[in-house]
Design a binder for this molecule. Structure first.
Ligand SMILES: Cc1ncc(COP(=O)(O)O)c(C=O)c1O
Length: 408
């Protein structure tokens, strides 16, 4: 008999994980990147160069850079954030973390306790929503329109909380290519959000991991950059601009909160080799790599929207995202996306069902999120054709595919 660990697990331990059984044939889930657009040669050369020059510093925890991460990477970020996001910070204001998921955990650990309230965009990143649910946090979802989070509803929510003597712990926002809606909060709304945040004494938690993937290359200034009262915590990542498996993200925060976050980061530093390679590669190559990646992603989006138009016709509605790697699709009301998810998976197509990506289950039940960065153009076309077939079998829609009338 194998040893029984069961009685040892403390109360509140999460349910056991499932074993990984491989990727589905057509995978429209996960924030994966486009493998063909990965700057592999550049990363190889950077690895060789940085290891030749300073590889022996790996013998020391934290290299020679201290607990906030490899200094040349933080220096690159401080220049990049100023150039791209108008954000002024020094290397000392930046903490390198193991992906922005660790940033979410650290900020939550610093600020939240069971029963607290936070405000978020109604349609949202699943990784954020599941974390908040596990922590027992009350989550208020603010609906979005084509311009991102609605400021009128945010204002009403803050006023309502105040009337009940509740101060939200933060307003969490993905303002630049929102996940999953692909919207961008314009500068005017950013100013309004900052004004409201200041008025109600609530900090802003800005998750900017898609900011490099705006099609036009032009983005509004970061909320952190626009704040006059140091009330914004800004997080970012190299997952979407370079590669998610590297697990390198970062936090920019005023020292009052950074010092608390640092005290909670007890893993003796994030992977140093990744940080060294990234710094070596990014300094000379980041600005030339990102437009190449954006063009590759944009082409895949076009393949996806063409395939949806061909296979689903008017049954699939969506707003073109302003950048990024996913499309938020509305299917007819009769489609239950949780059931569609199960049936599609059985046919080899993985999609994200809307309710896992929203605080409003009724609003999201007939919506799905499709990630288009990682499947090839052929896989996108074939996968959407299978999805349409499954959807028709289960729900009777779409009735036309590839301009052919289909019988259910
Ligand atoms: C909004 C948002 N935040 C954070 C993350 C986590 O990314 P990573 O930990 O790879 O930086 C993701 C990943 O998809 C995301 O969409």
């Amino acid at each position: 008999m194998p040893f029984d660990f069961g009685p040892l697990f403390p109360p509140g331990t999460p349910a056991p994980a499932m074993r990984w059984t491989g990727s589905p044939k057509y995978n429209f889930t996960g924030g994966n990147n486009d493998a063909d657009a990965l700057p592999l040669d550049g990363l190889k050369q950077a690895a060789q160069a940085v290891l030749d020059r300073e590889g022996r510093t790996l013998a020391t925890y934290g290299l020679n850079s201290g607990p906030q991460g490899y200094r040349p990477l933080r220096e690159f970020l401080s220049i990049k954030l100023k150039r791209d996001a108008g954000l002024s910070c020094s290397a000392d204001d930046i903490l390198i973390v193991s992906g922005s998921l660790q940033a979410l955990d650290l900020v939550n650990a610093a600020l939240l306790t069971r029963g607290d309230t936070v405000i978020v965009e109604q349609d949202n990143y699943q990784g954020t929503l599941t974390r908040l649910a596990k922590l027992g946090i009350k989550v208020i979802g603010i609906p979005l329109d084509k311009g991102g989070m609605r400021m009128d509803v945010l204002e009403a929510a803050l006023a309502e909380l105040k009337a009940h003597n509740i101060r939200a712990k933060y307003i969490y926002t993905i303002p630049t290519v929102q996940n999953p809606t692909g919207t961008i909060l314009d500068e005017g709304r950013r100013a309004t959000m900052l004004k409201l945040a200041e008025h109600y004494g609530v900090p802003i938690f800005e998750d900017d991991c898609y900011a490099d993937l705006v099609w036009s290359g032009a983005r509004p200034p970061a909320l952190y950059a626009m704040s006059k009262s140091a009330n914004v915590i800004h997080i970012g990542s190299f997952s979407k601009s370079i590669a998610p498996a590297l697990r390198v993200g970062f936090i920019v925060a005023p020292w009052a909160i950074m010092s608390r976050i640092l005290a909670l980061k007890t893993d003796a530093g994030s992977g140093a080799l990744e940080q060294m390679v990234l710094a070596e590669y990014c300094k000379p190559h980041f600005t030339e790599h990102v437009p190449v990646l954006r063009r590759a992603l944009r082409k895949k989006l076009t393949t996806l929207t063409d395939a949806l138009a061909e296979q689903f016709g008017t049954a699939a509605e969506f707003d073109e995202p302003k950048g990024g790697i996913f499309l938020w699709v509305k299917l007819p009301d009769k489609v239950d996306s949780l059931k569609l998810y199960q049936a599609a998976l059985a046919a080899g197509v993985a999609i994200n069902p809307g309710p896992e990506w929203s605080t409003d289950k009724a609003h999201s039940i007939s919506r799905i999120r499709l990630c288009f960065a990682s499947p090839s153009h052929d896989e996108i076309r074939a996968g959407i054709a299978v999805l349409a077939e499954v959807c028709r079998k289960e729900f009777g829609v779409p009735t036309r595919s590839a301009n052919i009338e289909r019988r259910v």
